[in-house]
Structures are given as C-alpha cells and as structure tokens.
Ligand binder design. Structure first.
Ligand code: SF4
Ligand code: MG
Length: 283
C-alpha cells in the first residue's frame, strides 16, 4: 500500500515560503494514502492560479488545465475512466469567478469527484487583485477605494445547487483538512471542500492569525447533524461562512455515473445481464 510520501514527486513547489497551499498538498497526499489509493489510481486536475500548480507536484496522473476549467476536464476524465479517483483543484478566483458556471453545474450533476478549492480571498498569481471571495471594503490594486461588491458565499451556493457533500477547512489544521479530504474521496458523488489557504505575500488582511481568530470549528456543536440541509444553511449564515468541518452530506442521492443510462447498461453488460428493449428503456 502506498505511503503519503509516494504521492510526492521530485518537482520542488515554487509557492512562496509560508503559502497555505503547501499544507493542502500534504493533506491530499495523506488522504490519498489513508483511503488506500495507489498513485496510478488517482488523477489531479487543476486550473490556473498559484494553487493550480498543485497537479504538477503530486505523483499521480495530472493535468494543469486552463483558467476556470478544471471541472469540465475532471468530469471528462471521470466519465472516460470510472476506475480513477479524480480530484479537481484550484483557487477561489479560478473556481468562483471565471469557473463559477462550471462549479454550479458540476455540483448539481454530482459526478463522483472531489473538488478542493484553495481559498485565499485574493488573486495571488497575478500579484494581488480583489477576488469574489474578498470582503467588502478590501483594498487592492483593482479596488483601491475598497471593494463595493458583496462577498460570494460558495457554501451557500453549493447547498442551494443541490450539493451532496460540502466541507470547509483551514490549511493550518492539517488533521481536520486531511479528514475532510478523506471523507470527500470516500463520498459517492461530488464533494466540495473549500480550504482557507492564506496568501502570505499579497493578502495582508486574511492572514493565518486572522483565520485562527475567525474560523468556527463544527466540533463546538456536538449535536450538529450534517445530513440536515436547512440546519447546514442556517449554521453557514450564522457563522458568516467561517464554519469548518463536514457541513453537509447527502448519502442517499446517487452519483451521475450511477444514474446515467449508458453507464448503467455498460455495468450490466459487464455482469453479462441481458435486457429486453422494454427493460432497457426503463433504465
Ligand atoms: Fe501562495 Fe500568495 Fe505566493 Fe501565490 S503569491 S504562492 S498564493 S503566497
Ligand atoms: Mg485566490
């Protein structure tokens, strides 16, 4: 069985020292090993941004795609080879600005892939512009007077789009983050894991200390029930989106692959089950 070190290749990450993305990479490696994967059973597909480089640093199949398009590629990979475990990854700009249309529809499509967003609330690769996740009043070169737009809430959007797995974590909490990724990989359907991953170079507001002070760990609420969608939405709103842990999981809904006619008939063919035309049409 592969160890987490076997999911590391020999490419040296060129993230800035202290960038949260290092921990996200470590958590992906640990989670992949902990759920019993081998490197050749995993594909990591990323978009554009500092975080998008992650697919080049993990010893697995990988593709560093184009801006905002990690999800169409990841879904194509999964549909072409259902045996692969597929992780899509990228930043908040990649997934929640240019890629938001894909994100919403991938969520409601519910293919069995895990989407890990490294949310630093800024555009890091292009040297610090306001992102959809930046707070109102956030000042950068693109909003020198402070952002006047509402901050986008990916957790609320995911829940309202019919997500079957929504989690959030913080790159400093490696134990929780690894557990969330493990649970996402084990979930049969689309898993969104939003990760607060500080940009130490350009975001001087949402720092490690700021996140430590502001995250609200779900462990504080022992009676919280992650299968209750209304409670999940309420708790997200009550905590201003700073909740970490497994926020929502629907284990009942089947994944896209299990519902798609072509795949189901293919699976039946593998088992040498012959269907009449009438039976086939009912699939
Ligand atoms: Fe990380 Fe920010 Fe440096 Fe990019 S610019 S590598 S997000 S710290
Ligand atoms: Mg970003």
């Amino acid at each position: 069985m592969a160890t987490f070190k076997e999911f590391r290749n020999n490419v040296k990450p060129n993230w800035c020292p202290g960038c949260g993305d290092f921990s996200v990479q470590a958590a992906i490696q640990r989670a992949a090993a902990n759920v019993g994967l081998e490197p050749e059973q995993l594909a990591v597909i990323s978009g554009i941004g500092c975080s998008g480089r992650i697919s080049g640093y993990i010893n697995a199949y990988g593709l560093h795609g184009i801006h905002g398009r990690s999800l169409p590629i990841a879904q194509g990979v999964k549909l072409a080879n259902r045996e692969l475990t597929v992780i899509a990854s990228g930043g908040d700009g990649d997934g929640f600005a240019i890629g938001m249309g894909h994100t919403v529809h991938a969520i409601r499509r519910n293919l069995d892939i895990t989407y890990i967003v490294m949310d630093n609330q800024i555009y890091g690769l292009t040297k610090g512009q306001t992102s959809p996740r930046s707070a109102e009043g956030f000042k950068t070169k693109s909003t020198p007077e402070g952002s006047i737009e509402t901050t986008l809430s990916p957790l609320e959007i995911a829940l309202s789009a019919g997500a079957t797995f929504v989690a959030q974590s913080f790159s400093s909490d490696l134990k929780q983050l690894t557990s969330m990724i493990e649970q996402g990989l084990s979930h049969k359907g689309f898993s969104l894991i939003n990760v607060f991953s500080p940009c130490v170079t350009f975001n001087k507001v949402n720092t490690y200390d700021w996140f430590k002070e502001n995250v609200v760990n779900l462990e504080q609420f022992p009676d919280y029930d992650p299968s209750n969608r209304v409670a999940a939405m309420t708790k997200i709103m009550e905590t201003n989106g700073m909740l970490t842990g497994l926020i929502y999981q629907n284990k009942q809904r089947q994944s896209y692959e299990d519902l798609a006619v072509g795949f189901r008939s293919e699976a039946l063919a593998k088992q040498d089950i012959k269907l009449s035309r009438e039976e086939f049409d009912k699939l």
